[in-house]
Design a protein around this ligand. Structure first.
Ligand code: AMP
Ligand code: MG
Length: 314
């Protein structure tokens, strides 16, 4: 049910009286700074986000369409910069963008605690990198960012999240196969509730992801892919992996997923001409990272003007 005007004004009033918002913004700003500083120190170049494009991430789940027509060209609002990242690493080897994404999620996601229909991810990509290299960079970034927050704002622990720890490197890993054996079909939430430090969930089954995630050449039923699962039930915070770049393989994977190649003509032409190169990368959702560090109920508490699925936003 769509909320009305009075709810929207109530939201603004709550910014003024509920200090959670003020505190979350301080924490979020520091987390973002920590992520950026880590990547900058490793030689990454920050590129500007793309908001409208003829191509965007097809996603692995249904969302409502968000696109506009402009002089006869259809432009989608960015769902993720994945395809643009694959092209950007041809210009600079290591790139990231603080990228606003619009995914018009269905209203049943309102109470997941993890979904907004507009959110921001720090989306990074490295030419020629392996999955392990990306996970290693992100472990450094997360550890550095959380350590900085706790040293600058020690009240985060006492006031909001007493069990928060700076995670130790390397983070543990579990394959989806192992996770299903241990936790059943709801393995992601089972795993998340069972751990007290972030854990990498790896070897995602082929059909659970899109055409751009690289199939493991030695085990074709899984991808060279990963999610980071936050502890204490906070769930998924990062997705990433190695990428497909070869035309034939991309087409084969599109067919498997039922994605129509006609919607990706320019991208496919680049692949066909051999312009795309191997890369790997990932995206970390900023609102979800803030929610986890602050130990909050819902990502709506981590930003101003939060857009909750199914609700009317300011
Ligand atoms: P994905 O590649 O689709 O997993 O998106 C990358 C990251 O963005 C996820 O791991 C989340 O941290 C974040 N994210 C994805 N969808 C949403 C959403 N609807 N609301 C908030 N954050 C999201
Ligand atoms: Mg994901």
């Amino acid at each position: 049910m769509m909320k009305g005007c009075s709810d929207r004004l109530e939201m603004v009033r709550s910014y003024l009286v509920d200090e959670t918002y003020r505190d979350a913004l301080l924490v979020q700003s520091e987390l973002l700074k920590g992520l950026r500083e880590t990547l900058d120190a490793k030689g990454f170049v920050e590129i500007l986000p793309v908001i409208l494009s003829p191509i965007t991430d097809p996603l692995n789940h249904e969302v409502f369409d968000a696109s506009v027509e402009y002089y006869g060209q259809n432009y989608a609002v960015t769902k993720s910069m994945i395809l643009h990242k694959q092209i950007s690493v041809l210009v600079h080897e290591k790139i990231y963008s603080v990228s606003p994404n619009v995914r018009l999620e269905t209203a049943d996601k309102a109470d997941s605690g993890r979904h907004l229909f507009e959110f921001v991810q720090l989306d990074m990509e490295v030419a020629g990198a392996s999955r392990d290299e990306i996970m290693d960079v992100m472990e450094d970034a997360i550890i550095y960012a959380i350590r900085n927050v706790l040293s600058k704002y020690p009240w985060v622990k006492e006031k909001y999240h007493p069990t928060l720890k700076v995670p130790a490197k390397p983070f543990k890993r579990i394959t989806v196969k192992e996770a299903v054996e241990k936790y059943g079909e709801a393995f992601e939430s089972g795993l998340s509730k069972d751990i007290d430090e972030p854990v990498w969930l790896i070897d995602i089954p082929l059909l659970n992801r899109e055409f751009y995630d690289k199939q493991d050449p030695e085990r074709p039923d899984v991808l060279l892919d990963f999610d980071l699962i936050y502890p204490e039930g906070f769930g998924e915070g990062i997705s990433g992996g190695e990428r497909e770049h070869e035309y034939e393989q991309i087409i084969r994977r599109m067919k498997l997923k039922g994605t129509s190649p006609e919607e990706y003509t320019d991208y496919l032409e680049l692949a066909k001409q051999g312009v795309l190169k191997p890369s790997a990368g990932c995206g970390i959702g900023i609102e979800r990272f803030t929610r986890y560090v602050m130990g909050l109920e819902h990502v709506r508490q981590t930003r101003l003007f939060a857009k909750v699925p199914g609700e009317s936003a300011l």
